[in-house]
Design a binder for this molecule. Structure first.
Ligand code: KG4
Ligand code: ZN
Length: 443
């Protein structure tokens, strides 16, 4: 089956089409397309994501992303008989009496053309997107120009994330569900990150369609370390779709700490890759070349639970730089050292807690995922330490770099087992269901 997914939880607008086959025990995925419009440059001057700007940008980018995703997947066709519904469709910009007259006229016309169903769908679509007129107009233009794409399910990130941004994706997905008459499923973004580890990209569409990627065998229980801009969670996965959080951050998420530390060091946004780049520079210099032995705390590394805390670490970076600046000992040469020590502190805590939790719960597989899983040091250390500690008996999974950040392919992948699960219960997802975006959604 073909799943069209939409992701707008933060600052990436993403639309993807996945071909999915197999049962719950052996799902197979093939990415037909995965379009990601990053808003990083837009938010960078503000040092973080500005929710209302993100929302505006999602509104602009969703239909172009949809068109590109369908094009790459070979699923877009111009209408053979160009319908002139555009002129018949009540335009969103018309209000009051003018709008009513236009609508009545359009209805009369569509009766003649036998397009009443389509027109009714347009009206429903406009109602769903009444607060997003620009998006509504773009989607109607799409429907006027192209045939309805042949997809079997639409999936959308329901949460967690920034609510104004999430709503944009949810409303867009509901409008598509109505217009395409295709069922819609809301997906947990964190579950999406877990499924990102099974995604592989292929260059050529023919091979994408004929060779579905078999999901490597995941033995349960599995432990997932989800590290992103908003979350740091250790999740026990007893079976697909059976999740239990066994540890979380008590304050800042790991990615958030990277972003804040980068800001303190004047590196810019997003901080993760920038801190990582500075830390890598140390390999070019000799350690402690300036003679300072920088040291930062490893918060909660020895606590008995599996929780984390990164807010104090960020404050320690602030005090460290302030003290050195006050005493005139600060120089830009210390930036790579501070970044290196900060990255090591975060990685030490994440690896140590993950290994303890994996041992405590006798897990058979380990999954590293979320935006921070792009961090080279974390990837290498965790893969190596899991292998060593469990003598290669624990399977280790992490996403290809392309899928570590937010993307819609992972949302489609997570939607598939949820869809199969509903089917085994004799249920099926509905067309245009009411889905509420939930910024705090969890497992
Ligand atoms: O999962 P994600 O793309 O978005 C959320 O769901 O939050 O994660 C974004 C986070 C940001 O905080 C970013 O700084 C961090 O992932 N990140 C990294 C790296 N690349 C991205 N953190 C550390 N090292 C990296 N290389
Ligand atoms: Zn994410």
């Amino acid at each position: 089956m073909k799943i069209l997914a939409v992701e707008t939880s933060c600052d990436e607008t993403s639309v993807s089409v996945l071909e999915c086959k197999g049962g719950l025990k052996n799902p197979k995925f093939s990415i037909l397309s995965n379009i990601v419009f990053s808003q990083v440059e837009l938010h960078a001057p503000f040092g973080g994501v500005v929710p209302n700007l993100a929302k505006r940008e999602h509104q602009r980018n969703l239909v172009p992303s949809l068109i590109q995703a369908l094009e790459e997947a070979g699923l877009i066709y111009l209408k053979s008989k160009i319908s002139n519904l555009k002129s018949q469709t009540p335009r969103v910009s018309l209000r009051g009496e003018k709008s009513r007259v236009a609508r009545d006229e359009a209805t009369k016309q569509s009766h003649k053309n036998g397009d009443l169903d389509l027109l009714n769908n347009y009206k429903k679509l406009q109602k769903i997107l009444e607060r997003e007129p620009e998006l509504s107009e773009q989607l109607i233009n799409f429907l006027n120009k192209y045939e309805i794409p042949k997809i079997d399910l639409i999936a959308v990130t329901q949460g967690p994330g920034l609510e104004p941004a999430l709503w944009m994706g949810v409303n867009f997905a509901r409008a598509m569900s109505t217009a395409f008459v295709v069922p819609l499923l809301g997906v947990n973004h964190l579950e999406g990150h877990i499924f990102s580890v099974f995604l592989k990209n292929r260059e050529n569409l023919k091979s994408k369609i004929s060779n579905l990627e078999r999901t490597p065998k995941t033995r349960f229980p599995a432990l997932a370390l989800i590290v992103s801009g908003g979350h740091t969670e250790l999740v026990l996965v007893n079976d697909w779709l059976k999740y239990k959080i066994i540890g979380s951050t008590l304050d800042d998420a790991a990615g958030e700490a990277f972003d804040k530390a980068a800001r303190i060091l004047g590196l810019g946004y997003p901080g993760g890759p920038l801190i990582s780049r500075e830390a890598e520079k140390l390999k070019l210099y000799t350690l402690n070349s300036s003679g300072y032995n920088l040291s930062l705390p490893r918060p909660m590394i020895n606590s008995k639970d599996f929780n984390f805390s990164f807010s104090g670490l960020k404050t320690a970076v602030l005090y460290l730089t302030q003290d050195l600046k006050k005493s005139g000992k600060w120089s830009d040469e210390l930036i790579p050292q501070t970044a290196h020590e900060f990255q090591n502190a975060v990685v030490d805590v994440l690896v140590s807690k993950s290994l303890k939790a994996a041992e405590n719960h006798s897990v058979k597989s380990f999954i590293l995922c979320g935006g921070v899983s792009a961090n080279k040091e974390l990837r290498e250390r965790l893969a190596k330490d899991v292998k060593e500690k469990f003598s290669g008996k624990v399977n280790f999974f992490m996403p290809d770099l392309e899928f570590s950040g937010d993307n819609a392919a992972m949302i489609a992948a997570a939607a598939y087992p949820n869809y199969l699960n509903l089917k085994t219960k004799g249920k099926s997802p509905k067309i245009s269901p009411i889905i509420k975006a939930n910024g705090n959604l969890n497992f």
